[in-house]
Design a protein around this ligand. Structure first.
Ligand code: C2O
Ligand code: CU
Length: 498
């Protein structure tokens, strides 16, 4: 894979700022003190042990098929040290198993619901066949307690994805039901660093580790979106990551919270953002902080710049997401970063050009406006164009059509807008081009996206990924019809209220 003519050596300023320049001078430094190249050393021993997630067992000998069992069940997990939380889990852990395969692989998931409630599994961002999308009211009936479902699909796109329930989703995700799903592209440049998946979540727990009720805060909880009191990285409270100065890591960050926005900052560091929802963006981008809204993902290169033997901490910083969302709040530590004593190494240059992304041709597009709305009466009722999900009619779209959606947000809160089944492009020249499935629409603003409904006819959802908002009605669906197969994509007979 070629990265064009430009390769920016943007890692150098970090190295110089960190006071390494002396070792690089031409004044014949002693052999042993000359810094080595990052590519010649590994990560520190056990660097990511505290961030390990469960690996599922592959039941299929074919190297191009990943076949696993996934059981949703209540299990005791230790979140707060010395306490036991009866979490809702996939295969007994929070997060559930990390599913990892490569582009083109087939994935078969034998799912069993052992929860005391019905559920489904939605493969967030993955372009699955319609009947595999796990969306009750659109693609499948909820799976009852004791029920099973076989999910089976081929992975079309590299990227960082995740899975979660789509039934009573705010409550179920809040209790711990989510897992990471990474699709590797074997052609990705190696110099982007050693891969580290970080699933960020939060949980509402009391001091004994018991889950607070999932409807805590009543109408206000619906309106503000419920943020859990305890911040977790891969299910752990303030775990430690070991790093070596100059040795890059490729972080794949997933926001699996119900409502919390992440704004990640690390003192003395910047990040090189590579992309997110659908893998690499067109170009890498040097950023001071990483913002990841609920449902979204961010891939970034982290180049450790602290001197050997020092400690730092990755912090959650309050982010403006509407009324009162930053008021009287301070930053919180999430991940301890320990720079080991080993000698610093010289970071690899990070390519500037990452991927060719053609703009979607919108010449013949159908235009729509989706106004995200909130009505406050005796309850909080949210919707799209003033209509809550349970009263909404699907958009009718012909297979092959391109649509341009103006997404308007005049409410007092920001909303991360998510579309199932298709990636979209945000029409904004100030953004690095990339394919997305979730995008933040800040309070009192609007943005425009372009989508090509070019394949996989059927019914697909769109909604705010503040799950409390989705449950309060800020959700809708559309039906992509194949004119040559008119009975495909027929909407289901009944809607399920959440
Ligand atoms: Cu991750 Cu319909 O959602
Ligand atoms: Cu919202």
């Amino acid at each position: 894979m070629a990265f064009g003519l430009r390769r920016a050596f943007r890692a150098w300023p970090i190295l110089l700022a960190a006071g390494l320049a002396a070792g690089c001078e031409r004044a014949n430094p002693p052999e042993e003190s000359a810094p080595r190249a990052a590519r010649d050393v590994g990560q520190p021993d056990g660097w990511a042990d505290e961030l390990a997630m469960q690996n599922p067992t592959d039941l299929n000998p074919d190297p191009n098929v990943l076949e696993i069992e996934l059981e949703a069940r209540v299990a005791d997990v230790e979140i707060l040290p010395g306490t036991t939380t009866p979490a809702w889990t996939y295969n007994g852990t929070v997060p559930g198993p990390m599913i990892r395969a490569k582009v083109g692989d087939r994935v078969i998931v034998h799912f069993k619901n052992s929860l005391p409630a019905e559920t489904t599994v939605h493969w967030h961002g993955i372009r699955v066949p319609n009947e595999m999308d796990g969306a009750p009211g659109a693609t499948q009936e909820p799976i009852a307690t004791g029920g099973e479902f076989r999910y089976d699909f081929v992975l079309k796109d590299a990227g960082t994805y995740w899975y979660h329930p789509h039934t009573d989703s705010s409550a179920q995700v809040g209790r711990g039901l989510y897992g990471a799903f990474v699709v590797d592209d074997p052609n990705d440049p190696k110099e982007l660093g050693d891969d580290l998946v970080m699933m960020l979540s939060d949980m509402g727990l009391d001091e004994n580790g018991q889950l607070v009720p999932s409807d805590s805060g009543g109408n206000f909880g619906d309106l503000f979106g419920r943020e859990g009191s305890v911040l977790l990285v891969n299910g752990k409270v303030l775990p430690t990551l070991k790093v070596r100065q100059g040795k890059q890591q490729r972080w794949r960050i997933i926001n699996a919270t119900r409502a919390r926005y992440y704004n990640l900052r690390l003192r003395n560091h910047r990040f090189m953002r590579l992309g997110g929802d659908n893998g690499l963006a067109a170009r890498s981008e040097d950023v001071y902080n990483l913002i990841v809204t609920p449902g979204e993902r961010a891939d970034a290169v982290f180049t450790p710049a602290d001197p050997p033997g020092t400690q730092n901490v990755l912090r959650w910083v309050p982010t403006e997401r509407g009324y009162g969302s930053t008021y009287n709040r301070s930053s919180e530590p999430m991940l301890a970063i320990e720079t080991v004593a080993d000698a610093p190494v010289i970071p690899e240059p990070i390519p500037t050009e990452l991927r060719a992304i053609e703009p979607i041709d919108i010449t013949n597009a159908t235009h729509r406006t989706l106004d995200l709305t909130i009505a406050i009466a005796s309850t909080v009722e949210m919707g799209v164009n003033g209509v809550p999900y349970w009263q909404s009619k699907p958009f009718e779209i012909n297979l092959g059509d391109t649509e341009v959606w103006r997404i308007v947000n005049n409410t007092d809160f920001s909303h991360p807008f998510h579309l199932h089944g298709y990636f979209f492009q945000v029409l904004d020249e100030n953004r690095v081009p990339e394919w997305k499935d979730t995008v933040n629409v800040p309070t009192k603003s609007e943005l425009t996206i372009a989508v090509r409904f070019d394949e996989r006819p059927g019914a697909w959802m769109y909604h705010c990924h503040i799950l409390d908002h989705a449950e309060a009605g800020m959700m809708g669906h559309l039906v992509v019809r194949d004119p040559n197969a008119p009975d495909l994509g027929a909407p289901p007979a009944e809607h399920h209220h959440h």
